[in-house]
Design a protein around this ligand. Structure first.
Ligand SMILES: Cc1cc2nc3c(=O)[nH]c(=O)nc-3n(C[C@H](O)[C@H](O)[C@H](O)COP(=O)(O)OP(=O)(O)OC[C@H]3O[C@@H](n4cnc5c(N)ncnc54)[C@H](O)[C@@H]3O)c2cc1C
Length: 496
């Protein structure tokens, strides 16, 4: 129960932090007006909405650290926000808290060709890193479909993936170091310029922590050499089974394409309606396969991929003839989420992972779920990684349709867990999937994760309420009270 005293205390604390912010920032950097605060009430998952208590938009590390210190001093929760494209409600604000937006921290501080790395501020847009590195012959490999708008800080916090992560790895494989603000407002350096620094991998802990450990204010990222040759192939199949089998055959042959993306008939229909991408007519599934590397290797791999697709039932294969054609093939895939709006008024973008070999079985089970519930599901996903993005379609104007879609959506995640996968591949847990965490982890697992969070944030002020199903105060002893650990009983360990 929130008492009048609580409310008064929160209002006073918000005013105190706003005063600090006004001393530090220009007028545009402090938002208290209700109508303007509402601009920040959600991320890409728009059905969760909370108007933040205060929005601040710092321009550098020192300002960000001072604002975090002010929050800590007044016991106010804070939430970091990059571009707000997250799909799990990760940057959903707190009504009694401060939203710290990084959109003015957009400097690319260094591009070091000789070290193959760049140092960037958190608000830098993903694609801008590649734009800055390209004149040096390099690019930034993790490429979420939102790469034209999402921020590097958001990518780090979500450990974002993308089409090319099959060959090059996720964000975590490209972050070498970070400047980081602890929830107490201390500025620390994580990682080092040299690879493999000793001690705990704190960069690894922060990447994917969804803003619950503190705020990243600078990131040193790895740059990858632009390949000598790229070939993009669009392959049509009659069914997702055939496309899935072709994917497995390609990987089993020892070929790791830069990307293998799959779309089913419904996703193709949506993409055609939206961007006229000229995908094979009548296809039950398409694969977009991209090969890159040295020209000789790409040539050999191309012949092999072409053969394997044919052997697995492809009826059409089209090699992109020039950069414009290549861009059109990718446009169909990259616009698929938004394109689904053409065939359904509402939809849930689901994100789960399964072992690649389970693709045919899981896709069949999703089709059965869809036909038994009457809820349409379009599938578009990173087939090479087994990272599914079922788009669960519904019309919110129809009574019960939203609940039916939620049910199918949850059942798909259960399928992922049952097949040895995970409830999220790249969009994070945020507020949306916290309730699913106990389906994947037992109490001990969750307690252990909370211990890590509490080590960084004992006062639970950095993006509280996200990721974990039940918030725990850090002073509490975690775990069910089970008595002595077997190691204690055996006299092999003591509790300090
Ligand atoms: C059309 C579309 C396509 C997408 N495609 C992909 C895809 O292919 N792959 C993929 O992985 N994702 C995808 N996404 C999801 C989203 O773009 C990514 O999760 C992205 O990394 C979010 O970045 P952002 O800057 O928008 O972060 P936000 O949404 O602002 O924040 C995301 C999380 O990061 C935290 N955060 C933000 N900045 C910082 C910081 N500096 N320090 C600490 N924590 C911080 C926030 O608190 C929040 O928990 C897509 C989204 C859309 C709308």
């Amino acid at each position: 129960m929130v008492t009048v005293q609580d409310e008064t205390r929160t209002t006073a604390a918000l005013e105190a932090v706003a005063r600090v912010a006004r001393e530090l920032l220009s007028d545009e950097g402090v938002i208290t007006d209700h109508a303007r605060l509402r601009t920040y009430e959600c991320d890409g998952l728009a059905h969760y909405r909370v108007t933040p208590g205060l929005v601040v938009i710092p321009e550098d590390t020192a300002q960000t650290a001072a604002l975090v210190r002010a929050c800590a001093e007044h016991g106010l929760p804070f939430v970091a926000r990059g571009s707000g494209t997250g799909l799990s409600g990760g940057s959903l604000p707190h009504a009694e808290g401060v939203l710290i937006v990084t959109s003015r921290m957009r400097r690319i501080l260094d591009v070091r060709r000789e070290d193959q790395r760049a140092v960037v501020e958190p608000g830098v847009i993903n694609l801008d890193v590649t734009r800055a590195a390209a004149p040096h012959g390099y690019y930034y490999a993790p490429d979420p479909s939102s790469q034209q708008i999402c921020s590097i800080g958001g990518n780090v916090a979500e450990n974002s993936g993308g089409a090319h992560c099959l060959k090059y790895g996720f964000t975590t494989n490209h972050v070498l170091g970070a400047e980081f603000i602890t929830p107490q407002g201390e500025v620390v350096e994580l990682g080092s310029a040299a690879p493999d620094s000793p001690g705990y991998d704190l960069v690894g802990a922060v990447v994917g922590s969804e803003g619950t450990l503190g705020i990243v204010t600078k990131t040193t990222v790895r740059l990858v050499r632009l390949p000598e040759e790229v070939r993009t192939i669009l392959v049509g199949f009659e069914s997702t089974d055939q496309a899935g089998a072709a994917t497995s055959a390609i990987i089993a042959a020892g070929i790791v394409p830069a990307a293998i993306e799959m779309m089913d008939a419904l996703a193709i229909e949506a993409a055609e309606a939206a961007v006229h991408c000229n995908y094979p007519a009548g296809a039950g599934a398409v694969l977009v396969i991209e090969l890159d590397g040295a020209a000789f290797d790409v040539g050999q791999e191309y012949d092999e991929v072409e053969r394997l697709c044919r052997e697995n039932g492809s009826f059409e294969q089209r090699l992109a003839t020039d950069p414009v054609d290549r861009a059109l093939i990718w446009k169909g895939r990259k616009s698929a989420f938004a394109a689904v709006g053409r065939i359904s008024p509402d939809y849930i973008v689901q994100d789960g992972v399964i072992p690649r070999t389970a693709l045919p079985e899981v896709l069949k089970a999703i089709a059965e779920l869809s036909s038994s519930s009457g809820v349409r599901v379009a599938n578009v996903f990173h087939a090479g990684d087994g990272n599914l993005h079922p788009l669960v379609l519904f019309d919110d104007a129809k009574e019960g349709a939203g609940e039916a879609a939620e049910k199918v959506s949850g059942a798909i995640l259960d399928l992922c867990i049952k097949h040895g996968g995970s409830i999220t591949g790249e969009h994070g847990v945020g507020v949306d999937k916290a309730k699913y965490m106990p389906r994947m982890y037992n109490d001990d697992d969750l307690d252990t994760m909370q211990l890590v969070r509490c080590a960084f944030d004992p006062d639970n002020i950095s993006n509280p309420g996200k990721v974990f199903p039940t918030p725990r105060l850090c002073g509490e002893v975690p775990g069910r009270h089970k008595g002595a650990h077997p190691l204690q009983e055996a006299g092999l360990a003591e509790v300090f």
